[in-house]
Design a protein around this ligand. Structure first.
Ligand SMILES: Cc1cc2nc3c(=O)[nH]c(=O)nc-3n(C[C@H](O)[C@H](O)[C@H](O)COP(=O)(O)O)c2cc1C
Length: 184
Protein backbone atom coordinates (compact mmCIF):
# COMPACT_ATOMS: atom_id res chain seq x y z
CA UNK A 1 0.00 0.00 0.00
CA UNK A 2 1.31 3.47 -0.92
CA UNK A 3 0.78 6.15 1.71
CA UNK A 4 1.39 9.89 1.56
CA UNK A 5 2.15 11.26 5.03
CA UNK A 6 2.01 15.03 4.49
CA UNK A 7 2.20 17.76 7.13
CA UNK A 8 2.06 21.50 7.56
CA UNK A 9 4.21 22.91 10.35
CA UNK A 10 5.35 26.44 11.22
CA UNK A 11 7.23 25.89 14.48
CA UNK A 12 7.99 22.13 14.18
CA UNK A 13 5.39 20.65 16.59
CA UNK A 14 3.43 18.99 13.80
CA UNK A 15 6.69 18.04 12.06
CA UNK A 16 7.77 16.15 15.22
CA UNK A 17 4.49 14.25 15.35
CA UNK A 18 4.68 13.47 11.62
CA UNK A 19 8.25 12.18 11.93
CA UNK A 20 7.30 9.94 14.87
CA UNK A 21 4.40 8.47 12.91
CA UNK A 22 6.70 7.97 9.93
CA UNK A 23 9.30 6.11 12.05
CA UNK A 24 6.54 3.86 13.34
CA UNK A 25 4.82 2.97 10.05
CA UNK A 26 7.61 3.17 7.48
CA UNK A 27 8.14 -0.59 7.65
CA UNK A 28 4.43 -1.39 7.54
CA UNK A 29 3.80 0.19 4.11
CA UNK A 30 5.43 2.26 1.37
CA UNK A 31 5.30 5.68 3.03
CA UNK A 32 6.39 9.04 1.60
CA UNK A 33 6.89 11.81 4.22
CA UNK A 34 6.27 15.30 2.83
CA UNK A 35 6.50 18.83 4.23
CA UNK A 36 3.78 20.48 2.13
CA UNK A 37 5.61 23.79 1.85
CA UNK A 38 8.21 22.01 -0.30
CA UNK A 39 5.55 20.82 -2.74
CA UNK A 40 4.61 23.39 -5.35
CA UNK A 41 3.51 21.16 -8.21
CA UNK A 42 0.83 18.53 -8.50
CA UNK A 43 2.17 15.22 -7.20
CA UNK A 44 2.34 12.70 -10.03
CA UNK A 45 2.40 9.59 -7.87
CA UNK A 46 -0.86 7.83 -7.02
CA UNK A 47 -1.44 6.94 -3.36
CA UNK A 48 -3.83 4.45 -1.77
CA UNK A 49 -4.04 6.35 1.51
CA UNK A 50 -3.36 9.87 2.82
CA UNK A 51 -2.29 10.85 6.35
CA UNK A 52 -2.55 14.63 6.67
CA UNK A 53 -1.24 16.54 9.70
CA UNK A 54 -1.66 20.25 10.35
CA UNK A 55 -1.30 22.91 13.01
CA UNK A 56 -4.53 24.46 14.19
CA UNK A 57 -5.55 27.94 13.14
CA UNK A 58 -9.03 29.40 13.66
CA UNK A 59 -10.36 26.09 15.02
CA UNK A 60 -9.43 24.12 11.90
CA UNK A 61 -6.46 22.83 9.93
CA UNK A 62 -4.50 25.89 8.81
CA UNK A 63 -5.10 27.41 5.39
CA UNK A 64 -1.93 25.98 3.81
CA UNK A 65 -3.15 22.46 4.50
CA UNK A 66 -6.64 23.30 3.22
CA UNK A 67 -5.10 24.71 0.03
CA UNK A 68 -2.87 21.65 -0.36
CA UNK A 69 -5.89 19.33 -0.16
CA UNK A 70 -7.58 21.17 -3.02
CA UNK A 71 -4.46 21.74 -5.13
CA UNK A 72 -3.54 18.06 -4.89
CA UNK A 73 -7.18 17.08 -5.43
CA UNK A 74 -7.34 14.90 -2.34
CA UNK A 75 -11.00 14.34 -3.00
CA UNK A 76 -12.87 11.04 -2.65
CA UNK A 77 -9.84 9.43 -0.96
CA UNK A 78 -9.16 7.26 2.08
CA UNK A 79 -7.55 9.47 4.73
CA UNK A 80 -6.48 9.86 8.35
CA UNK A 81 -6.02 13.26 9.98
CA UNK A 82 -3.95 14.68 12.79
CA UNK A 83 -3.72 18.10 14.39
CA UNK A 84 -1.53 19.82 16.93
CA UNK A 85 -3.30 22.64 18.76
CA UNK A 86 -2.55 25.19 21.43
CA UNK A 87 -5.01 23.78 23.97
CA UNK A 88 -4.84 20.45 25.86
CA UNK A 89 -6.37 17.46 24.04
CA UNK A 90 -9.27 17.34 26.55
CA UNK A 91 -10.32 20.95 25.85
CA UNK A 92 -13.55 21.39 23.84
CA UNK A 93 -11.64 23.62 21.40
CA UNK A 94 -9.50 20.62 20.38
CA UNK A 95 -12.67 18.65 19.57
CA UNK A 96 -14.16 21.59 17.66
CA UNK A 97 -10.93 21.93 15.66
CA UNK A 98 -10.67 18.29 14.60
CA UNK A 99 -14.41 18.20 13.86
CA UNK A 100 -14.06 21.21 11.55
CA UNK A 101 -11.10 19.52 9.83
CA UNK A 102 -13.15 16.33 9.42
CA UNK A 103 -16.06 18.34 7.98
CA UNK A 104 -13.71 20.09 5.54
CA UNK A 105 -12.40 16.74 4.31
CA UNK A 106 -15.83 15.10 4.17
CA UNK A 107 -17.17 17.99 2.08
CA UNK A 108 -14.63 16.76 -0.48
CA UNK A 109 -15.98 13.20 -0.28
CA UNK A 110 -13.02 11.83 1.62
CA UNK A 111 -13.48 8.88 3.94
CA UNK A 112 -11.88 9.50 7.36
CA UNK A 113 -10.46 6.33 8.92
CA UNK A 114 -8.68 7.81 11.96
CA UNK A 115 -7.96 11.08 13.72
CA UNK A 116 -5.36 12.12 16.30
CA UNK A 117 -4.93 15.36 18.23
CA UNK A 118 -2.31 16.55 20.69
CA UNK A 119 -1.17 19.83 22.16
CA UNK A 120 1.79 21.71 20.71
CA UNK A 121 3.72 24.58 22.22
CA UNK A 122 2.34 27.97 21.25
CA UNK A 123 4.79 30.47 19.85
CA UNK A 124 4.98 33.26 22.52
CA UNK A 125 4.66 35.86 19.73
CA UNK A 126 1.06 34.70 19.25
CA UNK A 127 0.08 36.05 22.66
CA UNK A 128 1.43 39.48 21.77
CA UNK A 129 -0.55 39.44 18.52
CA UNK A 130 -3.69 38.28 20.37
CA UNK A 131 -3.30 41.13 22.89
CA UNK A 132 -3.01 43.70 20.12
CA UNK A 133 -5.97 42.25 18.19
CA UNK A 134 -8.16 42.11 21.32
CA UNK A 135 -7.24 45.71 22.05
CA UNK A 136 -8.27 46.76 18.51
CA UNK A 137 -11.40 44.63 18.39
CA UNK A 138 -13.34 43.92 21.62
CA UNK A 139 -15.11 41.01 19.83
CA UNK A 140 -11.84 39.25 18.94
CA UNK A 141 -12.31 35.58 19.90
CA UNK A 142 -8.93 34.92 21.58
CA UNK A 143 -9.11 37.06 24.72
CA UNK A 144 -5.86 36.90 26.71
CA UNK A 145 -7.44 35.67 29.95
CA UNK A 146 -5.48 34.11 32.87
CA UNK A 147 -6.78 30.71 31.67
CA UNK A 148 -5.28 31.26 28.23
CA UNK A 149 -1.98 32.39 29.76
CA UNK A 150 -1.87 29.17 31.85
CA UNK A 151 -2.67 27.02 28.82
CA UNK A 152 0.11 28.61 26.81
CA UNK A 153 2.53 28.00 29.71
CA UNK A 154 1.47 24.35 29.89
CA UNK A 155 1.72 24.02 26.09
CA UNK A 156 5.51 24.52 26.32
CA UNK A 157 5.84 20.86 27.37
CA UNK A 158 4.17 19.55 24.18
CA UNK A 159 4.35 17.53 22.09
CA UNK A 160 6.01 15.42 24.81
CA UNK A 161 7.19 11.81 24.65
CA UNK A 162 3.75 10.53 25.61
CA UNK A 163 2.08 12.53 22.82
CA UNK A 164 4.54 11.10 20.29
CA UNK A 165 4.06 7.54 21.58
CA UNK A 166 0.27 7.96 21.50
CA UNK A 167 0.51 9.10 17.87
CA UNK A 168 2.64 6.07 17.03
CA UNK A 169 0.24 3.64 18.69
CA UNK A 170 -2.74 5.26 16.99
CA UNK A 171 -1.28 4.97 13.47
CA UNK A 172 0.28 1.55 14.04
CA UNK A 173 -3.21 0.27 14.96
CA UNK A 174 -4.71 2.03 11.99
CA UNK A 175 -2.40 0.21 9.61
CA UNK A 176 -2.64 -3.14 11.37
CA UNK A 177 -6.36 -3.32 11.97
CA UNK A 178 -8.35 -0.68 10.14
CA UNK A 179 -7.24 0.16 6.65
CA UNK A 180 -6.00 -3.14 5.28
CA UNK A 181 -9.58 -4.11 4.46
CA UNK A 182 -10.90 -0.59 3.83
CA UNK A 183 -8.60 0.19 0.91
CA UNK A 184 -6.77 -1.82 -1.77
C1 LIG B 1 -1.34 32.49 14.11
C2 LIG B 1 -1.65 31.33 15.02
C3 LIG B 1 -2.97 31.00 15.28
C4 LIG B 1 -3.28 29.92 16.11
N1 LIG B 1 -4.58 29.61 16.33
C5 LIG B 1 -4.88 28.55 17.09
C6 LIG B 1 -6.23 28.17 17.29
O1 LIG B 1 -7.18 28.75 16.75
N2 LIG B 1 -6.46 27.10 18.08
C7 LIG B 1 -5.46 26.38 18.68
O2 LIG B 1 -5.74 25.41 19.40
N3 LIG B 1 -4.17 26.70 18.49
C8 LIG B 1 -3.87 27.75 17.72
N4 LIG B 1 -2.55 28.08 17.51
C9 LIG B 1 -1.50 27.22 18.13
C10 LIG B 1 -0.89 26.23 17.15
O3 LIG B 1 -1.86 25.54 16.40
C11 LIG B 1 -0.05 25.19 17.90
O4 LIG B 1 0.94 25.84 18.66
C12 LIG B 1 0.58 24.18 16.95
O5 LIG B 1 1.11 23.11 17.69
C13 LIG B 1 1.67 24.79 16.10
O6 LIG B 1 2.19 23.76 15.27
P1 LIG B 1 3.56 23.86 14.45
O7 LIG B 1 4.67 23.98 15.47
O8 LIG B 1 3.64 22.59 13.70
O9 LIG B 1 3.48 25.06 13.59
C14 LIG B 1 -2.23 29.14 16.69
C15 LIG B 1 -0.89 29.48 16.41
C16 LIG B 1 -0.60 30.53 15.57
C17 LIG B 1 0.85 30.84 15.26
Amino acid sequence: MKILLAYSSKTKNTKKVAESIYEQIKDQAEVDLLDIKKQRKKIEKEYDFYILGAWTDKTNANKNMQRFVDQQEIHGKDVALFLTCGVPREHYHADDSINNYIAFMEERNNKIHETFVCQGKVDPKVMIVFKILAWHDPNFIHKVTPDLVDMVKESKKHPNLKDLEDAQICFKNLLEHKITHATV
